[in-house]
Design a binder for this molecule. Structure first.
Ligand code: PLP
Length: 429
């Protein structure tokens, strides 16, 4: 290794340490809150993805596209709660719907009209969903979908893909280690993502009951599948009597009818979550009537779905207001086009840069990658310094409150960082 390169690498580590000190010095209130939290919450938090070095800032308020932390620092929020924040923060229409729902009573322990109302809206929107059931999270939706599919087929293997993320207990490949210790104990068969040839081995498993796949791997780094790959899975699932489950927890934002509309694919089952609950806890799984009939005893169904909060009035009211008042096709198209423009601009800007910074994704889902994680760490902190917040791992999910001016600000900040960074650190000077 040449002296210059060793110098550059040492400088990178030093630069990261300096960025952490600068960050901490500007945020005494968040530092104190972190110290307090660490005493009673392992690692100081209850959602591991939100943690970063030296400690995450604590949000005090969030309105529109902006969050403000305990130290009064303001950030344009490009993380968008990992796609759950599509509507931006605290939209009035959702707030009004929640307040109205609260006025009518909550925790009722009985059925009410909002269940069918939201189910109608979802069934009308997603072509593959004849019938749907609700859960409290996307994780739960996937667990229920997989269990339902295996029961329906009488098989026990679940086809999944490297870098696939379907919840903290359904994370595959690099995510959570080669074998995530917290994964539920199904018999998983993992294949390479977007590798059509790799499907031969997957479908050779005679006990394959379902395939669980994202059209764009979200937590796996915003990696879109090719239409060919998804269509090949569809064809083979039909041929082999395997249930195709499309995890649209993140990707349903890519078109009014979800990624399935965009890719022209009709899975047997679809799972949903995130923004469709208007920012409240939410998940849903649905699909063909013949499969969902597993929950209808009068039709020979043997399954029941428990869940105290499956029909909680707050999530359902917020979901109804979201679908009725917020998600028209023009607004969805606008946020996704803005994401496409952002990705294109960033890739043009970074082409040939020594960090090999690049942006991947589709529509409003964007993820930044660098070859050395320290580059991304430095960029992340440089953006926070400018009042621009992305997820630590480079992930962004644009909200409808993000404007073209916000996007320009981000592009300019990244451009300036690339210039500075090339001179200061990468060259080792
Ligand atoms: N499926 C996908 C594709 C996701 O990205 C996520 C969460 O990020 C989940 C499922 C799990 O959803 P939740 O966090 O609501 O349990």
């Amino acid at each position: 290794m040449g002296d210059c390169l060793i110098g550059a690498m040492t400088d990178l580590t030093t630069a990261v340490a300096a960025a952490h000190i600068r960050y901490a010095n500007k945020r005494p209130q968040s530092a104190a809150a972190d110290e307090r939290a660490r005493r009673v919450l392992p690692g100081g938090n209850t959602r591991s993805v939100l943690d970063f070095e030296p400690f995450p800032f604590r949000v005090a308020t969030a309105v529109g596209a902006e969050v403000v932390d305990l130290d009064g620092l303001r950030y344009v929020d490009f993380c968008g709660n990992y796609t759950a924040g599509l509507l931006g923060h605290s939209p009035t229409a959702i707030r009004d719907a929640i307040v109205a729902a609260l006025d009518s009573g909550w925790a009722v322990g009985a059925t009410h009209e909002r269940e069918a109302e939201l189910a109608e809206l979802i069934c009308a929107r997603f072509a593959s969903i004849d019938q749907v059931r609700f859960t409290n999270s996307g994780t739960e939706a996937n667990l229920m979908a997989v269990g339902t599919a295996l029961h329906h087929t009488g098989k026990s293997s679940v086809g999944v893909f490297d870098h696939g993320y379907h919840g903290g207990v359904l994370a595959f490949g690099d995510l959570g280690g080669p074998q995530n210790p917290l994964n539920v104990p199904h018999r998983f068969v993992m294949s390479a993502f977007d590798d059509v040839a790799g499907l031969d081995a997957l479908f050779a498993d005679e006990d394959l009951g379902c395939v669980l796949v994202e059209a764009v791997q979200g937590s796996g780094g915003c990696r879109p599948a090719s239409a060919e790959f998804l269509h090949e899975i569809r064809t083979r699932c039909t041929e082999h009597g395997v249930v195709m489950i499309l995890d649209e927890v993140m990707t349903s934002r890519l078109a009014p009818g979800g990624a399935q509309e965009r890719f022209g694919i009709t899975p047997d089952m679809t799972t949903l979550g995130k923004y469709l609950g208007g920012g409240m806890s939410f998940g849903a799984f649905g699909g063909k009537q013949s499969i969902m009939a597993e929950f209808v005893a009068s039709k020979g169904g043997e399954l029941t779905q428990a869940g105290t909060f499956n029909n909680n009035v707050v999530s359902l009211a917020a979901g109804i207001a979201t679908l009725r008042t917020q998600l028209d096709a023009d607004r969805l198209a606008a946020v996704n086009e803005r994401g496409d423009r952002l990705r294109l601009a960033l890739n043009e800007l970074a082409a040939g840069h020594p960090t090999n910074l690049r942006a991947t994704g589709l529509g409003s889902m964007v993820c930044l990658h660098t070859d050395d994680p320290r580059h991304l760490e430095l960029l992340f902190h440089a953006l926070l310094d400018e009042g621009l917040s992305i997820a630590r791992r480079g992930f962004m999910a644009l909200s409808m409150e993000i404007t073209d001016a916000d996007v320009e600000r981000l592009i300019t900040a990244i451009g300036n960082w690339l210039d500075r960074h090339a001179q200061d650190v990468v060259s080792g000077s």
